[in-house]
Design a protein around this ligand. Structure first.
Ligand code: ARG
Ligand code: ZN
Length: 849
């Protein structure tokens, strides 16, 4: 609960702070309930600033004393901070405050997790540690002294003196307060070393609670691979003597890039074959890379203000995706990313929470760590790279690092380096940062006398606060195939800049089949009349793996929509085409596993809604079940063959090759289980020696209604392991029948291992309910009710996680009146809570519309 009155902050109001900081020294006297923080900060007037208002942010701090140049002062304490009269020259501010880490359940600032001290300061958590200008454009070198009995005491930068009951750290690189971190506790480390490109030796550590040492090796390899990759691909070298990663159980998000001391949700760094799935390994690798890459894109070059969040997040997501593509399969990574983008970002961009990649206002910045800022922000960079080409992109990035190292930069700065290196005018391109909403691109084609013409029309529907949208620059990668399946025009990029635009291809012997938006070259919705025959053709012949997959997806979607709308039966064209793909052993098994997947319930609901229909979640679920059942029946023989063929004989390794084989075999197991009642799944469950196999089998057993024994056995086997038990909670809810999902959730919230103080456990339970789409949107309203009850309970404890989970309601206006009424009631009930947090108030207000 914040006591500052909710206030909207605008990008246009940006003013530099009136002072610069030469140096920060912090002393922490650790105590679970009464930690003292003594700060000594050298300020000087900022010549660039017009105002000299000495306002320091501070929340939930007990001020003990304050001094300026050694003389005690009495600042005026206000909501959210303090003000003080200060001299018109350089001066030293000192203060001592008391804070209570034990009582900090919001997990922002300094808090305790399992007896260990840790911090989370991004975006505005540092103000809960001491009085400070807590804004990213105020950068300073930090010196930190930690006093306490804990075995391990860490902060940013390089280690200084240490001894009985104290440890000192010096971070020479000026940084904003949001990158500050402190960790103290009885931790153990998994150590390693790295030699940088210029031959400097860096000490690496992953710090964990005793007992978790065995889960660090993979993360360490991923860290070293990331460090090497950033040198090889971006020429970026690490810049301190030590790099520490700490695993923390209670964490609001994935991980945090604090300078030299990354703090991770334990679920995003710990991994072992027995306890982690292939998907978990890949995620750990990607997040370690992401946080490491922030050292240059985020830390050395940071953001001027929080409106520029995409400057560091979009770019760093883009970089980590490049890394994953290089380490694993590029097409598989691209397809998975687009599936996620459509599921989360398109949903956001087409609903009440739509906002530009660079928002223009916010109430609570924590509510803007969104799929739009991160994932669409990365897509925008991908488009920029496509438009200027790889070479110019590399040059622009070099200039960016050279020109802005040490800066708190803006999107304008970022675009300018591209303009300066290429001579291009990017003012129209900038609309991608400024305008919310997903553009629709309508495509028609004509063919006459060897000339093929594509007619494109773009438009973007209004979003909250933005009624009119201008045409954007859209890179549309395209190739043309001849009727015999040969590619007659290889991939080229069309640059669409007008609302209506045609592109002409001449000299074709016959009417080609176009493959449009290859590699998903822009985050748009492509609208094109097409038929089953054309889709099956592209699925069979397209040389672009993304569009090959997309053709299968479109076939599946159209078939499903017909089933939902007019009770049609499963579409044979789809079943035949997808079986041919699954059968083709020349195709990557991971690709085939993706091709066998079906559009999500959310995806189908959005398609129906866009077409003017009211989606019925139960009907969507039924159609998906019917299709999966038909597919299982039809593909029995093939599934049996694939299952046998793609068993991995070598010892478990979480690499792309093995993961792909397991993904395909487990897709086959899913089909087999729909026919054999779970016999094979039980066998796999009993023999599994890794979590990927064990969890896939458990999932099939639950689906087949044969999960009871395995659920008990699984719990007994893993009750000591929090991260595995999170899986146990969520899988039971995800696999529950829609009619039972809310009840299963409620039963599990009564389990002794359920706690709402741990965000992972809360997400594994209530978050899983929101992902059981038909269960959450159940016509009885019980799904909405259960979620609202728990959000109301969680808000006073942890506003950030509460606000984030409110997004489950963001699609409520798509549905029928009955559901809308019940959702509105749930939202109003949340909003009526007397002391509702700023985070949740903003979210629910926006969603309610
Ligand atoms: N910067 C972190 C990352 O993406 C995430 C911080 C999220 N902070 C928040 N308040 N939600 O790597
Ligand atoms: Zn990030």
């Amino acid at each position: 609960m914040k006591d500052a009155a909710p206030q909207t902050i605008y990008l246009k109001d940006y003013q530099p702070f009136g002072f610069e900081i030469d140096k920060v020294h912090l002393t922490f006297r650790l105590n679970p309930e009464k930690t003292r923080v003594i700060s000594r900060i050298v300020f000087r007037p900022n010549p660039e600033a017009e105002e000299r208002d000495f306002f320091l942010h501070g929340e939930e701090l007990d001020l003990i004393w304050a001094k300026i140049d050694g003389a005690e002062v009495t600042p005026i304490l206000e909501d959210g901070g303090l003000r003080c009269a200060v001299p018109e020259r350089a001066f030293t501010w000192e203060a001592e405050v008391e804070i209570n880490p034990e009582a900090n359940t919001a997990l922002e600032g300094l808090y305790m997790s399992n007896g260990m001290y840790c911090t989370q300061c991004e975006a505005e958590g540092f103000r809960k540690i001491t009085y400070y200008p807590d804004r990213p454009d105020v950068m300073a070198p930090f010196e930190v002294r930690i006093e306490g009995d804990e075995k391990v005491k860490l902060s940013n930068g390089n280690p200084g003196a240490s001894g009985d009951g104290f440890a000192e750290w010096h971070d020479p690189w000026p940084k904003p307060a949001y990158l500050f971190a402190l960790v103290a506790g009885d931790l153990v480390n998994h150590p390693d070393r790295f030699e940088t490109m210029s031959g400097r030796d860096v000490e690496l550590n992953i710090w964990v609670r005793p007992g978790d040492e065995g889960k660090c090796a993979f993360g360490m390899e991923a860290l070293k691979a990331s460090m090497r990759w950033d040198e090889d691909v971006y020429g970026r070298e690490y810049d301190l003597d030590i790099f520490n990663i700490v695993a923390v159980d209670d964490f609001n998000m994935g991980a945090m890039e604090n300078k030299g001391l990354n703090i991770f949700n334990s679920s995003c760094v710990l991994a072992s074959p027995e306890t982690s799935t292939d998907g978990n390994f890949e995620r750990v690798e990607a997040i370690i890379a992401h946080e490491y890459f922030h050292n240059w894109t985020g830390n050395r070059i940071t953001c001027r203000d929080w409106f520029q969040l995409c400057l560091k997040e979009g770019l760093t997501v883009f970089r980590d995706a490049q890394f994953t593509s290089d380490m694993r399969s590029e097409p598989v990574k691209r397809i998975s990313d687009v599936i996620a983008l459509r599921a989360r970002q398109f949903c956001e961009d087409n609903g009440p929470l739509a906002h530009p990649v660079r928002p223009e206002s916010f109430v609570e910045i924590n509510n803007f760590y969104t799929a739009t800022v991160y994932e669409k922000g990365a897509e925008v960079i991908g488009m920029l790279k496509t438009l200027v080409g790889d070479e110019a992109y590399a040059k622009a990035l070099d200039l960016y690092f050279e020109r802005h190292d040490g800066d708190a930069a803006t999107i304008e700065d970022w675009l300018r380096v591209f303009e300066d290196t290429t001579g291009r005018d990017l003012s129209q391109f900038k609309r991608w940062y400024e305008q919310a909403g997903t553009p629709r691109v309508k495509v028609r084609d004509t063919y006459k006398d060897g000339t093929f013409t594509l007619h494109l029309e773009q438009s973007t529907p209004p979003t909250p606060g933005q009624d009119v949208k201008d045409a954007r620059v859209i890179p549309i990668a395209i190739g043309l195939l001849a009727p015999n399946g040969n590619e007659v025009v290889p991939t080229q990029v069309l640059e669409m800049t007008q609302a209506n635009q045609s592109f002409v291809f001449e000299g074709l012997a016959s009417r080609p089949v176009p493959s449009i938006l290859r590699g998903f070259s822009a985050p748009v919705i492509l609208e094109r009349e097409s038929d089953n025959a054309e889709r099956a053709f592209l699925l069979a012949h397209d040389t672009d793996p993304f569009n090959k997959w997309e053709a299968g997806r479109a076939l599946a979607r159209d078939g499903l929509l017909a089933m939902i709308r007019n009770g049609a039966g499963p579409d044979d064209a789809y079943l035949d085409a997808i079986e041919a793909v699954a059968r083709d052993d020349n195709l990557d098994p991971a690709f085939r596993a993706l091709a066998l997947g079906l559009p999500s319930q959310e995806d189908l609901a959005q398609s129906l809604y866009e077409a003017g229909d009211t989606p019925d979640p139960q009907a969507i679920w039924d159609a998906l079940e019917t299709l999966k059942q038909a597919q299982a029946q039809k593909m029995q023989d093939l599934a049996t063959r694939l299952y046998a063929q793609y068993q991995v004989d070598e010892p478990y390794a979480p690499n792309a090759e093995q993961s792909g084989a397991r993904a395909l075999a487990n897709a086959a197991l899913g089909m087999i289980s729909r026919v054999d009642g779970g016999a094979l799944a039980q066998k796999q469950y009993d023999n599994a020696d890794n979590m990927t196999q064990q969890l896939a089998a458990l999932s099939c057993l639950l689906k087949a209604g044969k999960g009871a024994a395995a659920v008990t056995a699984f719990y007994d086997q893993w009750k000591h392991d929090r991260l595995v038990i999170d899986k146990w909670f969520s899988l039971q809810i995800l696999q529950a029948d829609p009619d039972d999902a809310a009840e299963v959730t409620q039963i599990l919230t009564n389990h002794p291992d359920f706690t709402m103080k741990n965000p992972n456990r809360f997400r594994a339970t209530l978050g899983a309910l929101t992902m059981n789409t038909a269960g959450f949107h159940h016509v009885s309203g019980v799904g909405y009710g259960v979620l609202a009850d728990w959000l109301i309970k969680l808000d006073p404890i942890n506003p950030q996680t509460t606000a984030r989970m409110c997004t489950a309601f963001e699609t409520w206006k798509r549905y029928d009146e009955t559901r809308q009424e019940m959702a509105a009631r749930a939202l109003d009930r949340i909003l009526a809570q007397p002391e509702l947090s700023r985070d949740t108030t903003e979210m629910v207000t926006r969603i309610r519309g």
